[in-house]
Design a protein. Structure first.
Length: 302
């Protein structure tokens, strides 16, 4: 059997706030007589839950949301900062062919995110293996809370939104952001070699800039240059390095941003039968295939 297409209730999944236990029933029958039936329990996780780095760490790239409306608000603030500093009030990306100009644009975004006044909220110690809930862009904006991975993903979204190539760096118990200063990408989506990053931040090469994301929280008075120095120092602790994730490479491999729907839009979605019994709350999908008078059906409650 091939190409069994499941029609998921996307509005329900988007609106899910806690783990939901659902049932998948597989039935084999012939001429309306059930020959075999097996039920499976399926864990449906909230859309903002990242499952950790032990399996498919590249999926972290899907939480980088460059087209979210709030990213445009941050970009507009960054343009004002460029203008205030008597710099060209535009995002030229790599078209300028100047690493200094790229850094100017990154610094403007750094200050714009700093102006959000985010309060740091610690990351669970189990993030690398078990994952965690990710604060998406609108939640950071509304609550003004975030940890290192939340803020790194926010910064990455802003960088991607101005056509720069971000990199997520994950170390033991920590995460921070990097950006290519010229239009390049790493050889693989997920890189486990610390030297692949460290050699590109070396003086005289300067292909990548690293930035400590927690210095974008309230109570910190670090300039971006200071945040860069601290991030580079952290990278030098090679024993703590876990991986880096190249967002541009992830996109070329089909790992796209989540089809995110903001809270206001979700509240306007007409969700039918989303309360009450499990049978009413979940959509039922029936897929059947018939071969030599034997039919296989999958009833999916998701």
């Amino acid at each position: 059997m091939e190409n069994l297409a499941f029609d998921y209730n996307i509005p329900f999944i988007r609106n899910l706030v806690e783990k939901d236990l659902d049932t998948l029933t597989c039935t084999i029958y012939s001429k309306n007589e059930i020959l075999y039936q097996q039920k499976f329990t399926v864990n449906v996780l909230p859309m903002d839950y990242f499952g950790g780095l032990s399996k498919y760490p590249e999926l972290l790239a899907s939480y980088v949301l460059p087209n979210h409306d709030i990213i445009y608000t941050i970009k507009a603030e960054a343009v004002k900062i460029l203008e205030k500093n008597r710099l060209t009030p535009a995002f030229l990306g790599y078209q300028s062919d100047s690493k200094d100009r790229v850094l100017q644009e990154v610094m403007a975004l750094y200050q714009a995110i700093l102006n959000i006044n985010i309060t740091y909220s610690a990351m669970p110690a189990s993030f690398e293996t078990e994952g965690q809930r990710i604060r998406l862009v609108d939640q950071i904006w509304e609550t003004k809370f975030g940890n290192c991975i939340d803020i790194s993903l926010l910064f990455a979204a802003c960088l991607e939104a101005i056509d720069l190539n971000p990199i997520l760096i994950v170390t033991r118990g920590h995460a921070f952001i990097g950006v290519w200063l010229n239009d390049q990408r790493l050889e693989a989506v997920v890189n486990y070699d610390q030297a692949a990053i460290s050699k590109r931040i070396a003086h005289g090469i300067d292909d990548i800039a690293l930035i400590e994301s927690t210095h974008l929280c309230r109570g910190n008075a670090y300039t971006m240059r200071e945040a860069m120095n601290i991030a580079e120092t952290q990278l030098l602790h090679a024993n703590n390095f876990i991986l880096s994730l190249d967002i541009k490479h992830a996109r070329s491999h089909g790992i796209l941003p989540l089809p995110f729907t903001g809270k206001d839009e979700l509240n306007n979605v007409a969700l039918k039968n989303t309360t009450g019994s499990t049978k009413n709350r979940l959509s039922i999908i029936l897929i059947s295939m018939t071969t030599n008078s034997i039919s296989f059906s999958v009833k999916s409650k998701i």
